[in-house]
Write a protein that binds this ligand. Structure first.
Ligand code: ZN
Ligand code: ZN
Length: 175
């Protein structure tokens, strides 16, 4: 797919056009051209170290989504993106080059156009990395919280004063 089509598809999902989305489109474009396909299941897993607009391009274009569990957010505030292909055991890291944000005089639309006209290699440092992806999403039993009764994932239940309870109830008990 051309960059323009990828941007259109990402914009339909994200809701608006912005430079962050363009950055995510470029990352996805690079990955799609280097041994990765759209992931209907969990063939591809992405680890992202930010939660800005760019992540929506990655979700919509690569099929790595929060709900499927093959999109992992590490809250480090860094524009780093890691992609793992479970079928081929190929892994790529893209890390934004700091120069990309230098030109503060450009308008939003000029920035978007400039990004979309760029080769991903100009915007990112790109590395082949070892294949050590996060483990597959696990399906877990839910058990009702003793306080509110709402089903809660077993591993998230807290045990306090002889009751097992969800995290919000635990926090309320401790106040
Ligand atoms: Zn945006
Ligand atoms: Zn509860």
């Amino acid at each position: 797919m051309e960059t323009k089509e990828l941007m259109e598809k990402a914009t339909r999902f994200h809701g608006h056009i912005c430079p962050g989305l363009a950055i995510g489109v470029l990352a996805a474009k690079y990955v799609l051209e280097h041994g990765f396909n759209y992931s209907p299941n969990e063939e591809v897993v992405a680890v992202v170290e930010n939660d800005n607009c760019s992540v929506d391009a990655i979700q919509s274009l690569l099929g790595v989504t929060y709900g499927k569990g093959n999109l992992i957010h590490q809250d480090y505030g860094k524009l780093n993106y890691y992609f793992y292909n479970r079928e081929t055991e190929k892994a790529i890291k893209l890390s934004i080059k700091d120069k990309v944000f230098e030109d503060k005089k450009k308008s939003k639309h000029e920035k978007i156009k400039q990004l979309l006209d760029s080769k991903p290699e100009k915007v990112f440092n790109i590395y082949e990395i070892d294949f050590n992806p996060p483990s597959l999403a696990e399906i877990e039993d839910s058990i009702p919280c003793d306080i509110c009764g709402e089903p809660t994932m077993n591993s998230r239940l807290m045990f306090y004063e002889n009751s097992s309870m969800c995290i919000p109830c635990y926090k309320a008990q401790r106040k």
